[in-house]
Design a binder for this molecule. Structure first.
Ligand SMILES: NC(=O)C1=CN([C@@H]2O[C@H](COP(=O)(O)OP(=O)(O)OC[C@H]3O[C@@H](n4cnc5c(N)ncnc54)[C@H](OP(=O)(O)O)[C@@H]3O)[C@@H](O)[C@H]2O)C=CC1
Ligand SMILES: CC(C)CCC[C@@H](C)[C@H]1CC[C@H]2[C@@H]3C(=O)C=C4C[C@@H](O)CC[C@]4(C)[C@H]3CC[C@]12C
Length: 265
């Protein structure tokens, strides 16, 4: 399904993003990968070309810089001649610690883990409209329920749910055929996650990043609204009251009036 499709993958220098890039390469997609570390990205794209990518480019830079975030999308669009799928996966390195009053560091995490996602989405929407494309947002069970020591990370992941679930509804109301897939992940065996949890969380076995990457791509390709990996965490995000209330709230909206008077940008 993804052969010849044009895809951006963020946070693709290592971890789950790197595995996503390799799977897409095997499927024959065109790829633009991004992260900060140029040397790692070079290795990733040369591996992608060996695996069968239709084309592979990298754009290095930090997502703390929202101008860079926007430029990645426009440059990638030019390199590939359009865009079919935007996979938003990068995160700032996580420090598991108590909140220490450092608001500036929370703002930085929100820029990297949240505002850059919105910036890239906004830049990509015109191209995705043309292709009836897809946005895939990699989130976490920590964006559905809370655990201590990751207040900043969790805040950004909850924010992603709020923003993208709302955007999903808007696209539906305006009959814009762009899919949004929110990926809810449990503990995955990436080097960074295993390292930062060691000595803090015990008795949880991480799931494999390779299989995780496949499930993320599948969810996007099948235009699913939400996926959970491993599937055992579905239960933690099951919130029937939310679903029912969202349904009834929407019934109170004067959809005809709204769609007549507002344009989707
Ligand atoms: N691993 C896990 O247990 C879980 C992961 N997830 C989610 O999965 C996704 C991937 O996680 P995982 O693979 O473990 O993460 P990794 O830490 O392995 O990779 C993070 C990626 O983001 C890049 N990155 C870091 N800082 C920046 C920055 N300032 N600007 C641009 N890119 C940056 C890194 O590259 P570089 O340093 O070169 O910039 C790297 O490519 C995340 O969205 C995470 O929230 C969700 C639940 C559990
Ligand atoms: C629902 C339960 C069956 C399992 C709960 C497991 C909890 C403890 C797991 C599930 C998802 C995990 C966090 C996560 O989303 C991603 C990262 C990024 C990584 O770089 C550092 C670790 C961190 C913060 C994980 C911390 C531990 C979390 C909350």
């Amino acid at each position: 399904m993804l052969q010849g499709k044009r895809v951006i993958v963020t946070g693709a220098s290592t971890g789950i993003g790197e595995q996503i890039a390799y799977h897409l390469a095997r499927m024959g997609a065109h790829l633009v990968v991004t992260a900060r570390t140029e040397a790692k990205l070079k290795k990733v794209i040369s591996e992608c070309l060996k695996l069968g990518a239709a084309s592979a480019h990298f754009i290095p830079g930090t997502m703390e810089d929202l101008v860079f975030a926007e430029q990645v999308v426009t440059k990638a669009g030019k390199l590939m001649g359009g865009l079919d799928m935007l996979i938003l996966n990068h995160i700032a390195p996580v420090n598991l610690r108590f909140f220490n009053g450092d608001v500036a560091s929370i703002r930085k995490v929100m820029d990297i883990n949240f505002f850059s996602y919105i910036t890239m989405t906004s830049a990509a929407l015109p191209m995705l409209k043309v292709t009836n494309g897809s946005i895939v947002v990699v989130s976490s069970i920590a964006g559905k329920l809370i655990t201590p020591l990751i207040a900043d990370y969790s805040a950004a992941k909850f924010a992603l749910d709020g923003f993208y679930s709302s955007l999903q509804k808007e696209l539906q109301l305006m009959n814009v055929n762009i899919s949004i897939t929110l990926c809810i992940l449990g503990f995955i065996n990436t080097d960074s996650a295993v390292k930062s949890l060691s000595g803090i969380v015990e008795n949880i076995t991480p799931s494999p990043k390779e299989e995780c990457a496949v499930e993320i791509i599948k969810g996007g390709a099948l235009r699913q609204k939400v996926i959970a990996y491993p599937s055992s965490i579905y239960i933690s995000m099951w919130n029937p009251i939310r679903t029912i209330q969202e349904y009834f709230i929407l019934l109170t909206y004067n959809i005809d009036n709204i769609t007549r008077n507002q344009q989707f940008s």
